[in-house]
Design a protein around this ligand. Structure first.
Ligand SMILES: C[S@@+](CC[C@H](N)C(=O)[O-])C[C@H]1O[C@@H](n2cnc3c(N)ncnc32)[C@H](O)[C@@H]1O
Length: 283
């Protein structure tokens, strides 16, 4: 049995760093809501309407509107993964990536984890950050990455080349289904599962497929706290991301995890976030 107090202590420093970065770069989330309404309505947006850290998100939303106007968004398309890779390199995505890596690597340093599993890895920016931290701290826990797209093999190859001393295995896993047997066969408990911005593409019931393999789950998603669907939620629905509320997601998590902790309460209040982004769940 892992001591929950130790795990909760692990999130303190990365969450404080996240908080400070959000205060200094974002300050206030609300302008993004107004601007997303304009984008959804097809109106022009001026660069000076929002803090510069949001500009990439604006480009991302404009691009989604453009691409989905006359075609279906397909995550298996390498061109789409390449577009997302660039977006994920933006400062705002990096703030979330750094916090995710900070939490996961801090847990790995504090308790003996058997396997670390990432779901919905995509082009692997978060993974790369984690591998860098693992190499820096000489952590040799086996890493499993997964995605529903076959492109996960390329991401695995790239990471194995960059981090030859780490054990990294890639799997095609659509988390709307049970995990592949070959993946499950490689798991050594306790298993730490983490993810960023992918579960809402599979719907709430994906949590029922993911949770059984996780002793600890670090879930990084925009979980709505207000019940109000904003314009950007409607824009993200165009690429398959479903509107997720904290209340409903928690119901699914509670089926599997007796301990659920919201990590970013202080930041939510400080920058008027209508969502929680960092949830820690444990068995
Ligand atoms: C927004 S990207 C996030 C990628 C990465 N987690 C990150 O934060 O940079 C969403 C990813 O989820 C993957 N995805 C979508 N639906 C999925 C499903 N049902 N099962 C597994 N992966 C899925 C997509 O292929 C894509 O790579």
């Amino acid at each position: 049995m892992i001591d929950k107090n130790i795990i909760v202590a692990c999130i303190r420093e990365p969450m404080e760093q996240y908080h400070q970065k959000c205060l200094s770069t974002i300050g206030n989330w609300k302008p993004l809501v107004a601007v997303s309404e304009k984008i959804l309505a097809g109106r022009e947006v001026q660069d000076d309407e929002v803090p510069s850290v949001f500009l990439f998100l604006i480009e991302w939303m404009q691009l989604i509107m453009e691409v989905t106007r006359d075609s279906e968004w397909d995550w298996s398309n390498p061109a789409i993964q390449e577009i997302y890779r660039k977006i994920a390199e933006s400062e705002i995505y990096k703030i979330f990536a750094d916090a995710t890596v900070g939490i996961v690597s801090s847990i790995m340093r504090a308790v003996p984890i058997g396997t670390v599993v990432e779901i919905g890895t995509g082009p692997g920016q978060v993974t790369e950050g984690l591998c860098r931290e693992m190499a820096r701290h000489d952590i040799s826990v086996p890493v499993i990455i997964s995605d529903k797209t076959p492109g996960i093999a390329r991401t695995g190859e790239r990471l194995r080349k960059s981090f030859p001393r780490l054990s990294i295995h890639d799997f095609v896993w659509d988390f709307r289904n049970e995990p592949p047997e070959e993946l499950v066969a490689q798991l050594v408990s306790p298993v730490l599962v983490y993810e960023r911005f992918c579960i809402p593409y599979g719907g709430y019931s994906s949590i029922d497929r993911i949770a059984p393999i996780a002793d600890i789950l670090v879930m990084v998603e925009d979980l709505n706290l207000t019940g109000k669907k904003e314009a950007y939620d409607i824009i993200y629905e165009k690429i398959g991301s479903q509107f997720f509320t904290y209340q409903e997601a928690r119901k699914y998590l509670e089926k599997h995890f007796p301990f659920i902790h919201t990590c970013d309460t202080k930041t939510i209040e400080a920058i008027n976030l209508p969502v929680t982004d960092f949830i820690l769940a444990m068995k």
